[in-house]
Design a protein around this ligand. Structure first.
Ligand SMILES: NC(=O)c1ccc[n+]([C@@H]2O[C@H](COP(=O)([O-])OP(=O)(O)OC[C@H]3O[C@@H](n4cnc5c(N)ncnc54)[C@H](OP(=O)(O)O)[C@@H]3O)[C@@H](O)[C@H]2O)c1
Length: 344
């Protein structure tokens, strides 16, 4: 009797101490204690209406959010995993696909909230569309295809060599971006909402048309300080293009193929990456420098405006990335600024 009481106490205490893990303590036929992993029940509610959308029985404790999304997709084929946002709180942040059920602060009946992110499109498609547009649009203006300028200028070429140089620089920039998208970047997100493509294309294509119209206009006047200004601008442009490419390579090398890991970027042997000592997002710094160079080269107001808008946008992103680095890595170098050393 004493042994039976002792066994019950041990079972009870062990079960209590293992409460954090969803295990069941059982006594087998030989009277030995065995633990068996207990399955979870998962319910998914609509984040807006709180309506129950799905109930999943016997979900493995080590199931990931990615796997739960796939299970949910089986019952709701219209919501494929990439368009699902699964959260612990209706208004909270989306959980990551890699998050494991048993490591989340949920009971053995886990409640998640679902939001539909809308139709998705792959990042690569978005970038390719965004960058092919400006490349083609600019060339239409450069070659002065009909219906842009007066008919007498159709398929004529500018007498100013800076116009040809500007076309080469503009095309080089977008060909570089296309090749980087295809062969350099290792994105962590597979997709983005389809509506973003319309917004992004309006921005890039619209600005390309506006800039190209003025630079290739038959009445365009070259920069005020002539050859000297153009040479200086070209040096700045090329320097920043190489810098931007170097940073993209450095970021690529931080992430092993197929992974989504994020690390602190540090300067490498390439001197163009030494700017990492002072800046969190030097690819944006170099991007800004490239467009400043292009502004100086063309001395064209729409180009200056594009540079300013791009700078504002990149500053917002750089500040967000800088904050994430500080939050994620306790040993993050304190000297760094988001985009401009010591300033911003
Ligand atoms: N002219 C303009 O208005 C303008 C505006 C924005 C960008 N751009 C150009 O477009 C380029 C790309 O822009 P972006 O916003 O995509 O740049 P980004 O966020 O810095 O990302 C570039 C690539 O590096 C990866 N990456 C970034 N930080 C990382 C880290 N700590 N560890 C591992 N991988 C990391 C990113 O992966 P994730 O998928 O995880 O982010 C992405 O594949 C810019 O450098 C710039 O040249 C131009």
């Amino acid at each position: 009797m004493l042994i039976g009481w002792f066994r019950r106490v041990v079972i009870h205490t062990t079960a209590r101490s293992l409460e954090v893990f969803p295990s069941v303590i059982e006594v087998d036929q030989k009277g030995l204690l065995t633990t068996k992993m207990k399955h979870y029940e998962v319910e998914i509610l609509d984040a807006k209406t709180k309506e129950k959308l799905c109930f999943l029985d016997k979900v493995e404790p080590n199931a990931t959010i990615g796997e739960i999304k796939s299970m949910f997709h089986r019952t709701h084929p219209q919501w494929y995993p990439a368009r699902q946002s699964i959260r612990l709180d209706p208004k909270g942040k989306s959980l990551k696909d890699e998050d494991v059920l048993q490591h989340l602060p949920v009971g053995t009946t886990a409640t998640f909230y679902f939001r539909d992110l809308g139709a998705q499109i792959s990042w690569v498609t978005v970038f390719l569309t965004e960058y092919t547009g400006p490349l083609v649009i600019y060339l239409l203006f450069y070659f002065r295809v009909p219906f842009i300028y007066a008919p007498k200028y159709d398929f004529t070429t500018s007498k100013h060599w800076v116009v040809h140089l500007a076309c080469m620089c503009h095309s080089f920039h977008y060909v570089k971006r296309l090749l980087e998208t295809l062969f350099v970047h290792r994105f962590s997100h597979g997709t983005m909402p389809l509506r973003n493509i319309f917004k992004n294309c309006t921005y890039y294509w619209g600005f390309a048309a506006w800039m190209a119209y003025y630079i290739n206009h038959p009445l365009y006047t070259p920069p005020i300080y002539g050859e000297q200004q153009i040479r200086l601008a070209l040096i700045l442009f090329l320097f920043c293009q190489i810098g931007n490419f170097s940073i993209h390579i450095a970021l690529r090398n931080l992430r092993p193929p197929g992974s989504k890991t994020r690390k602190i970027p540090y300067p490498t042997k390439n001197p163009f990456t030494w700017i990492f000592l002072l800046v969190s997002c030097p690819n944006y710094t170099y991007e800004l420098g490239s467009w400043l160079g292009f502004t100086l080269m063309t001395q064209c107001l729409p180009v200056a405006f594009f540079t300013l808008v791009g700078f504002i946008q990149m500053t917002v992103w750089a500040k967000g990335k800088h904050r994430s680095y500080l939050k994620e890595f306790r040993d993050y170098p304190p000297l760094r600024s988001p985009i401009l050393p010591f300033v911003l």
